[in-house]
Design a protein around this ligand. Structure first.
Ligand code: DCP
Ligand code: MG
Length: 384
């Protein structure tokens, strides 16, 4: 441990087992439905049960992408955002199903109503995923593990679907935990386990660490939380900029972000910092194509359409500019996002400057789209 280490979890392990319970800690549950769209389709059509199915995309169509795949299809390597053509190659018998967003939204409202039986501090991240703060729960149950068990059982009984739950004292750990024993998982990571949990975590799992940052960390021989912990806060900031102090905290299991109900999604974006600064417009356009696809996937996941497309350009001297265009109609199609981003870049006077980062953001969402009941995060933004 270095001087900067914060003795956060220096209480007795006896408080731990059923803890998240001591007054000093919050009790956070992260719930995420299993293979959400696909499970709804299997629930509603017995023919699809036990079969490899993909929702979204059609192999005959103009190259759609898979929104999600059933666990049976995942065994073949089929994944969200994969071109349906590729899914068909990997899993020849796969059945493609047209999405029924109205049904998914209805299920989402149903599970949210179940959450409200235990707490009103609910922050939905998408239709199938939410954080719950159950530090004090409406029914006085007290144990976050018991609440998560009840929620899972109720969802199964009343909605006919399985969910996975992660339970811890903060959002970051709870979210990773919910993914650890999917499907139908329940994972509790108590205060005394957080330190070793975070130390063993690969760097790319840390909140906010995108592909490029992860690569940079690995090139510095930093592979796990334990490696990151060896850096002082000053070193973290020197290597990773402003985000460095956030990483410094999170690698010590410290995440004070509150569960925020009624958050409205303001923007969805993605950006990429390049290994080498770009000088050729063709290269830049190629990068914009890739970033647009990531943005499109995120919009699809959150069921959002926006009217404004913004590109961000950061030059090698770290100066940064943005250029935007707004449309009459909200949109989320990858073609318009890509072509608009390329046009905005072409119309920008780059003065032969080198570019270290490009980003695309969609904002100005239509009232009707997305999570009407005020869900989502303030900015669904991440490195690609
Ligand atoms: N989704 C999408 N496009 C993506 C990712 C997801 O349209 N690129 C949609 C379909 C998913 C839903 O969002 O069913 C929820 O996304 P998750 O990431 O939670 O994935 P699943 O619930 O399908 O699977 P898992 O069991 O891994 O949570
Ligand atoms: Mg899910």
């Amino acid at each position: 441990m270095d001087d900067h280490d914060v003795p956060l979890f220096s209480f007795h392990t006896t408080m731990d087992a059923e803890n998240a319970g001591s007054k000093t800690h919050r009790k956070i549950i992260h719930i995420d439905m299993d293979a959400f769209y696909a499970s709804v389709e299997q629930r509603d059509n017995p023919d699809y049960r036990g079969k490899a199915i993909a929702v979204g995309g059609s192999p005959e169509g103009r190259g759609g992408v898979v929104a999600t795949a059933s666990y049976e299809a995942r065994k073949y390597g089929v994944r969200s955002a994969m071109p349906s053509k590729k899914a068909l190659q990997l899993c020849p018998g796969i059945i493609f199903i047209y999405p029924r967003f109205d049904v998914y939204k209805q299920v989402s409202a149903q599970i949210r109503e179940i959450f409200h039986r235990y707490t009103d501090i609910i922050e939905p991240l998408s239709l199938d995923e939410a954080y719950l703060d159950v530090t004090t729960d409406k029914q006085g149950i007290g144990s976050a593990i018991d609440i998560a068990k009840k929620i899972k059982a109720t969802i199964k009984e009343e909605v006919g679907l399985t969910a996975s739950a992660g339970i811890s004292i903060n959002k970051f750990v709870a979210k990773i935990a919910s993914d650890m024993n999917k499907p139908d998982g329940l994972t509790f990571i108590g205060p005394s386990k957080i330190e070793s949990f975070v130390e063993n975590l690969p760097v790319e799992k840390f909140f906010g660490v995108g592909k490029v940052t992860a690569q940079k960390m690995k090139s510095m021989d930093l592979h796990t939380g334990a490696d990151l912990k060896k850096l002082s806060e000053a070193e973290m900031i020197r290597h990773f900029g402003k985000a460095g102090s956030f990483y410094f905290k999170i690698v010590r299991g410290i995440d004070d972000r509150p569960v925020e109900p009624n958050q409205e999604t303001k923007s969805v974006g993605a950006e990429d910092t390049f290994q080498h600064d770009l000088t050729e417009i063709l290269e830049m356009n190629n990068e914009l194509v890739k970033i647009a696809q990531v943005v499109h996937n995120r919009l699809a996941k959150y069921q959002l359409k926006g009217r404004t497309i913004t590109i961000k350009i950061k030059f090698s001297d770290f100066k940064q500019i943005t250029r935007s265009r707004s449309f009459q109609q909200p949109l989320n199609d990858v073609e318009t996002i890509t072509s608009t981003a390329i046009e905005l870049l072409a119309a920008t006077d780059l003065n032969d400057k080198k570019i270290r980062l490009l980003g695309i953001t969609i904002s100005n969402f239509s009232q009707q789209s997305g999570n009407e009941n005020g869900s989502g995060q303030l900015a669904l933004f991440d490195n690609t």
